[in-house]
Design a protein around this ligand. Sequence first.
Ligand code: MN
Length: 698
Amino acid sequence: MSYIPDEELENKEIVRKYRELLSVLYHKTNDEQRKLIRKAFVLATNAHNGVRRKSGEPYIYHPIAVAMICCKEMNLGTTSVVCALLHDVVEDTDYTLEDMRDMFGDTVAEIIDGLTKIEDLVLDDRSSSIQAENFRKIFLSMSKDVRVILIKLADRLHNMRTLESMPPEKQLKIASETSYFYVPFAHRLGLYTIKSELEDYAMRYTDPTDYYAIAARMKETEEERTALIADFVKPIQESLEANGIHAEVSSRTKSIYSIHQKILRKKVNFDDIYDIFAVRFVFDSPVDEEFEICWKIYKIVCLLYQTNPKRDRNFLTHPKANGYQSLHVTAMSKAGKWVEVQIRSKRMDEIAEKGLAAHYKYKEEDETRPDSEMDDRLESWLRKTREILNSKDADALDFLNEVKLNLGLKEVYVFTPKGDMKTLPAGSTVIDLAYALHTNLGDHCIGAKVNYNIVPVDKVLENGDQVEIITSKKQTPKTEWLEFVRTPKARRSIRDFLRSAQVGNITAESGKKSKNRELTLFKRKVSEEISNKSLDELIDEQLNATPNVFMLDEKYDIIKYVIADCCNPIPGDQVVGFQVSDDKIVVHQTSCPHAIEQMSKFGNRIIKTKWRKGQNIAFLSGIRISGFDRKGMIKEIIDVVSSQMGLNIRSLNIETKNNVFSGTLMLYIQSVRALTNLIQSLEKIDQIEKVERIGYDV
Ligand code: MN
């Protein structure tokens, strides 16, 4: 895609963009303010004349786009738009800060000064050794006027939107910097829309494989999602109308980045994420009626659907530190999927989308008022914003705000995979539910998947759990089950079975013995900790005895490539090299959090890295296996790994607790493809429920 310059067309386009900007600003500006914007536009256009962006387009497209983001997406006014138009003038042209002061006054000059100084820090590779925390401090001290941060965010957003035309190393550096510095700022300021757009753009460059995989799955499931939401919303809307409430409905899917985070954090698959669906009801009302209407809509949702009180969020009486107000309730749709319902007024919605700027209704026509009054309002806004930016425990506050409605309940209700609800006495376990559903299910129950995670038979169920009972033909009721079941039905069924089928009991006993003998062949750890260990720790443990595996490339024969032991990339992974000394390059996965931090700090040390084709070195990697234990399981795993796939096992740790089996397998493997093959073969083994590559901590 190459850009062919055509000055006549370009000039037309510049004028068109400028008109668009003016039309968005028109209703909140007076003649004088519009004159000022025109002056800034003309000056910027002339100053950047003849200069082009990496994409080949005229440079002025960029400041105009940044100004547009400021007024359209952040609700900012004249001063910000003027500064956005001029933001690169002092940095990139012959104009000085004093010129700005003479032409546009002190406020504009000060903001441009802050923007220019930050630009110096970010773009200058000589200063790339600045520590993140220091950068944050400098950033704040340059931003005496909070508009500096807001305009800087708009600038970064436009750069991310147009990042495609940059060379790959630059893309990685800019993307890392974005997720490391700018995303937290956007979050603190409550600029949700901008924050998630920045996150998605950053992920597109740091983790393209997962990004495009999730994007493709989202597209595939779009139709299904739309139908589900429409079905879900219809009865609510009918009831709202019957009650005389007019609310606009919109549905928005989670961002690709947040879906990815959830997959990593909860260790689930795309299909298992149950809160991809979210609908929002936004109504218009006087401020003093907002809460009442919110709760009315809440009640309508609760009457129509089963809801999960554990996931209720009351941000009405407990707004988040950044000003976010909304009422959330999570309901089970008829299709058996959870849907998050957000209820809020138009005013609250503005704050949620555009942050504090909207909250303080900060409009710059106020600048025409006496200076002192203007200063007071601006000051209080700045103070509040700074408090939020400086507070380290904004998240702790959010946590305190969570309402726990389920305290003191004597019953729990849980859901089947199809969305049917079952009520059980508090303290009920997987076995209780299995018997409550069907005696046959109870008799053969070997465990369950609760919210998509494997649990043993004695797992106590909690309100709102979605439970899938797992059975095996060979399973029979056990005496020890009587120690934990809560329901009379389960107790009775287990006793009945034990009395009438003592022979079955003996068979089960002998089976258990031979399994024990088999397990002693392997190092056996009976503790919770193994499955919680991060790859970091596991690799550390494994590699302490032997040196790292080196990868060599023809171009850098003398330089040592070291595989980073935090993310342990193997051929096929997206990787980036990072020069740590003259003769040493550490290779990370591009999505590794350590790599992202390093790249954002030392961008000039990024080395473009690719795996050499056809190389035959094996790298240490790890997988985690879980399922329900049975005789012969270990042998089948070993068969697949060593006989079938011919892989070299470094170590195997197995833990069995209440029949739930989990293992960590460290092995040497050539590529992502080989690893995927291995995982697929292991998944086919009977009673193995989950096989996954061990990732880094998120
Ligand atoms: Mn810029």
